[in-house]
Write a protein that binds this ligand. Sequence first.
Ligand code: NAD
Length: 355
Amino acid sequence: MLRVGINGYGTIGKRVADAIRAQPDMTVCGVAKRQPDYVAVGAAEDGYRLFAADADQLEGFRSIGIEPAGDVTDLVERSDVVVDATPSGVGATNRPLYERHDTPALFQGGEDATVAEVSVTARVNYQEATDAEYVRVVSCNTTGLARLVAPLEEAYGVEKVRATLVRRGGDPGQTGRGPINDAVPDPVSIPSHHGPDLQTVLPSIDVDTIGLKVPTTMMHVHAVNVSLTDPPSSVEPIRDLLAAEDRLLTIPDFAGIDGAGTLKDFALDAGRPRGDIWENCLWDASCTLECTDFYCMQAIHQESDVVPENVDALRAITGHCDGPTSQRLTNEHLGIGTNQLHERVGLARDRQPAD
Ligand code: NAD
């Protein structure tokens, strides 16, 4: 059993903790948190051993009836590997702590790529994390783009990717973020930083990205154009190729899922924890081929698509098993590809391959 410590128990940290708990070969040995708040109470009720992110906050946890198991240093000492899910930029300041204890660590996509030896997403470059001490799991948007572009590159070759990323203003719990009534070019300069971030896992891909922020907390939506080197004669084989990817969920037209709101409703109806959607959600009807240009639109659940990637990166960094085995285990124990989400849109998966 791999003992994993989670440092930073917020949007990503709590989801990664639950995903680790669902796996047969790893366990959460504790979570470190700053505030003694409702999330701390939830962690304690869920049976997670709680550590104070700062030693001077121990009393704060005691005052709400939670006895911390120690501070974050104690957590790192007990962990075989740490998942750092602290806010953007904080992870880099934590790296010396992990180094002092000779403990490997995963960082998140909000960190600069230089925080780790390698940036990963399991479908693309799991293998590169196997020799590393410090690994960065790329951001939600980058994960979403990489999962889509990698199979296209393998099957047809990619000349150029152009993607417009319509990004959620904040997560549901981020009450201070916006915009609240606007559509904001963010950044206004083109290309945005997302393209170079994709190249941290797919260095040979020529990509330009444009970013906007809009007033929703639900999901990001990507409008993507991929110029293919050697395209098929129709879009059907591309649809089949993408439908065969475990972490790409093809949304059939009949479903009436017309946006991120219905997607979230669908996920909640299907019993997904927290309404999470770990897969890219690709609208089947948007898949279009014009000469060599493939077009599509996909929605990305920013709070959860990186969760299975963190689980896989844990196996990679500890040399536990190979990439396909890890992805299969993660999918099976989370319910990706086998639970109601896929079953309910199963018609898309039953599509007969084109000649
Ligand atoms: P969050 O703010 O929801 O959670 C961060 C947690 O870390 C909070 O519980 C906070 O109290 C705690 N914390 C703050 N400072 C700390 C410290 N010094 N030591 C320990 N804990 C500390 O943040 P998040 O959205 O979960 O993001 C975490 C990382 O994941 C960031 O790098 C972010 O860019 C990345 N990420 C976020 C999303 C998303 O949509 N939320 C998606 C993909 C990647």
